[in-house]
Design a protein around this ligand. Structure first.
Ligand SMILES: [Zn+2]
Length: 493
């Protein structure tokens, strides 16, 4: 048995002004063959899972490149083609193989390629032929396309948002791929398209119960794996949206019926699954009214993990205007301001222009006379077992507000992003983050309360206000009745 494994991943927000090129991949995470660390990153987890199985079972594992770029705007054609061809060349050299296992994200869009992962899968299929198992793990914030269905035997998405189960799903994918390669199972993939755009966090109801229930359906009646494709609506590509995948051991009728039933259930939950958001002023009022700290407030629509810059100033500006004190912001992305503060040094008091340098819809820069409190070259934060680089970073203070400025875009994951910059998160009344979901695990352990702020942008959080050009219609909430069934039911026909 010979198995090839590789990983190529990023999440492309086609509305983001930040281009993604080869240095974005090399600067975020790049492991050439054999150099992948023992700990998994989000999308390269199948490599670590495959290593474990190869060691236990003695098959030959051939590792290709694993790379990941922080989510941002369109990937350059040269970057995508270079990385794709690097992996295809490694596969060609590894032939013959019995299985190809991929760690993908599934929402990569490049100049000239609306469906990078479909293109990659199609080229892999052309190399290995029809009989070799090709399997991929995806982030649920992916697009599901006909090209992927035609060329991949197995697709498994993380079930959890925040994505706490990426390593478990990688082990499941590797297990299914090996079983298929050995002829022990014959995977049939059933799909039902919900025709719907919606946020589906699983840290709250009703999605918590939905995910627990689909887990309970796996392993029965020939059902091997069930995934919910959440989609990534900050991309103007045709196949955005929520879909259900049911993989059975050659039981198409059971798979198709179950995918449809679960899809209809999910469609019926539309409008009820997301977090409830507060306006900036309501969020400040609610935080001030909370007797104990730290209150954690998160600016969900400027989450660099969704491809935005992380430099929007809407929330910071309002805190300043209202004279709110005893608050720390972590972080605002501003490499230029970081450079100026590092040159001035710790203890310097200086005028500084903060944030919103990238695009009009990020707000206006904030001008303040700040004191440089701490300077940390190559600062980091943690995300569970992973070390997340913040780049050169500084903490500045003015008017009872501390702001951490970083030079490597990153969403807020864990409280050590504050403590590593000399700000004790437990001593602050309020902490303001930039993250939509992934902060939740670590910050919920210290927060007296968590508040989700809708500052209106720059992420296109409301699909009804987005000018999609390529998105296939009809789709809810742009179209009230994409399945054409509500009218039928209402009229009794
Ligand atoms: Zn995701």
């Amino acid at each position: 048995m010979r198995v090839f494994v590789a990983s190529l991943a990023t999440e492309t927000n086609t509305f983001s002004p930040i281009p993604t090129d080869l240095t974005s991949f090399h600067g975020t995470f790049y492991a050439p063959p054999g150099k992948h660390p023992e700990t998994p990153t989000l999308c390269s987890a199948p490599m670590v899972a495959a290593r474990k199985r190869a060691k236990a079972e003695g098959f030959t594992l051939i590792e290709g490149t694993a790379t990941w770029a922080e989510p941002a705007g369109l990937v350059s054609r040269a970057a995508y083609e270079t990385l794709r061809d690097e992996i295809l060349g490694q596969l060609q050299a590894a032939m013959p193989v019995n299985a190809v296992i991929l760690g993908l994200h599934g929402a990569m869009v490049a100049h000239g390629y609306d469906d990078c992962e479909g293109d990659l899968a199609e080229r892999i299929r052309a190399i290995v032929g029809p009989d070799v198992v090709v399997a991929a793990e995806f982030d649920p914030h992916c697009h599901l396309t006909a090209k992927r269905l035609a060329n991949l035997d197995l697709q498994v998405m993380f079930k959890e948002v925040p994505h706490t189960d990426f390593a478990d799903r990688a082990e499941e994918l590797v297990d299914l791929a090996l079983s298929a390669a050995r002829g022990e199972i014959r995977p049939h993939v059933a799909v039902w398209d919900c025709r719907m755009l919606e946020m589906l966090p699983t840290s709250r109801q009703p999605m918590r119960g939905f995910v627990d229930r689909i887990k309970g359906l796996e392993g029965k009646d020939g059902v091997l794996s069930i995934s919910v494709v959440h989609g990534f609506s900050a991309a103007d590509v045709p196949d955005v949206g929520i879909k259900i995948i049911v993989i059975t051991d050659d039981r198409p009728e059971i798979g198709n019926a179950l995918a449809r039933r679960l899809g209809e259930e999910l469609f019926a939950l539309r409008g009820t699954t997301g977090h409830s958001y507060l306006s900036i002023d309501d969020a400040i009022d609610a935080a001030l009214a909370t007797p104990t700290g730290p209150v954690v407030l998160t600016d969900v629509w400027d989450n660099p993990g969704g491809g935005t810059a992380g430099d929007a100033t809407f929330v910071l500006r309002r805190f300043i205007e209202r004279g709110v004190r005893d608050v720390a912001f972590g972080t605002i992305w501003d490499p230029l301001a970081v450079n100026l503060c590092m040159a001035a040094g710790v203890g310097a008091r200086m005028p500084l222009r903060i944030g919103a340098k990238l695009a009009p819809r990020h707000g206006d820069p904030v001008d303040a006379v700040v004191t440089v409190k701490m300077v940390v070259p190559n600062a980091i934060q943690h995300f569970r077992d992973s070390v997340v680089p913040l780049g050169d970073s500084v903490a500045v203070e003015f008017d009872g507000i501390e702001v951490i400025l970083n030079s490597n875009r990153a969403q807020s994951f864990e409280p050590d992003l504050f403590s590593n910059l000399g700000v004790d998160p437990l001593q602050k009344k309020m902490l303001v983050l930039k993250s939509a979901n992934h902060f939740f695990g670590a910050f919920s352990r210290i927060a007296s309360r968590i508040i989700y702020i809708d500052a209106g942008g720059p992420y296109p959080g409301d699909p009804r206000r987005v000018e999609y050009r390529k998105l296939k219609r009809p789709i809810w909430p742009l179209d009230a009745d994409p399945h054409g069934s509500l009218h039928d039911k209402a009229s009794g026909s």
